[in-house]
Design a binder for this molecule. Sequence first.
Ligand SMILES: [Zn+2]
Length: 292
Amino acid sequence: MKSGIKVKFWGVRGSIPTPGVKYVKYGGNTSCVEILLPNNMLFIFDAGTGIRELGNSLLKNGKKQKVYIFLSHFHWDHIQGLPFFMPSYQEGNEINILGMNTKETRLDKIISNQMESVYFPVRLQSLKAKIKFQILTEGKLCIDDATINTIYTNHPGMSMGYVITIGKTKIGYFTDNEIVPIPLWSEDTSSLKYQLDMTTKMLALLRDADLLIHDAQYTTEEYKHKVGWGHSSIPEVVSLAMEARVKRLALFHHDPDRFDDHIDVLVANCKEVLNDLPLECFAAHEGMEIHF
Ligand SMILES: [Zn+2]
């Protein structure tokens, strides 16, 4: 049954923006995904360079905006677009920024630091919209009709994964997550137990999800040389999605060296392996919309 949820990809690239003719099909903007709820409440996952176009599109409708921006973590490719999100510059808008603290720094400080004059000409304090911060830890929060489960994931310095449930629709957003038994941010590097707990938690939260958006930066061969970098190989992601009985898997956070034709080949390989198994696998591209 359609519940009127729209998912739209505004940026799908990992690590760094990749303009150029070899990236036209999938796009070169970094991570940004919109989830528009049936009552028009707007959730945005990550503020990579893709958020600029999203912000511009919001201005066109001329209405006052109240948006929730959930950040996975603070590596450049996930926050670089935030100072270019034009609704922040308009009085009457409300921009809620949600994310974790790091060990050293609070969420609000991290974001205001990004707009210090050495990096950017406009200070956070100068923005005309009301900017609110909400610090997240692992757990659960409810916003309007949506329930959002949060879980720390496996990335240097930590990242946060989200499972959003709206009515009967469940969507997972897990970027920058390495699905292997190496806790990249734990003091105890032998902590296999933690990783097992994390995988168990992820599988439980994602069980029967309608859509999983997951970091799929590497091929198996590439991954051999990038262990501990905090990203997953495509076969690992497909296995996890199968185990959780996810219905649709969007490969996301494409490697900056991955040209369009190579992504096509990787997707074709996935489809061949999955054959008639009940998992629809595809690569997310800029502008792609999925409706529930
Ligand atoms: Zn990233």
